[in-house]
Design a protein around this ligand. Structure first.
Ligand SMILES: [Zn+2]
Length: 93
């Protein structure tokens, strides 16, 4: 599996984690009232889960797939923004 595929899986994983975090905060909110602690736990959990993101780098130049210049986006680049390497491999190869 190439780096783009793995990065894309991570993006889906993060989408699921975000959903769970929101549900978690809403559930705590509903049963225990508004909780800054629950919100904090959710944020910390997401940051930890997302730290894996830093491991998805271009195999040629090492640029992170989730960075567009200085911006971080939740979806990986198909093509490296720095060296132009094609990161997505066609399925029939
Ligand atoms: Zn590159």
């Amino acid at each position: 599996m190439n780096v783009y595929e793995r990065a894309r899986r991570h993006a889906w994983f993060m989408a699921g984690a975000l959903l769970l975090a929101i549900l978690f905060v809403l559930t705590i909110d509903r049963f225990f009232g508004h909780s800054t602690i629950a919100f904090g736990i959710a944020i910390v959990g997401l940051v930890i889960a997302n730290s894996r993101m830093l491991g998805f780098n271009c195999p040629r130049c090492g640029k992170n797939l989730f960075f567009r210049g200085l911006l971080v986006v939740p979806w990986p680049n198909r093509k490296c923004g720095r060296c132009g390497a094609q990161l997505e491999q066609p399925k029939d190869r």
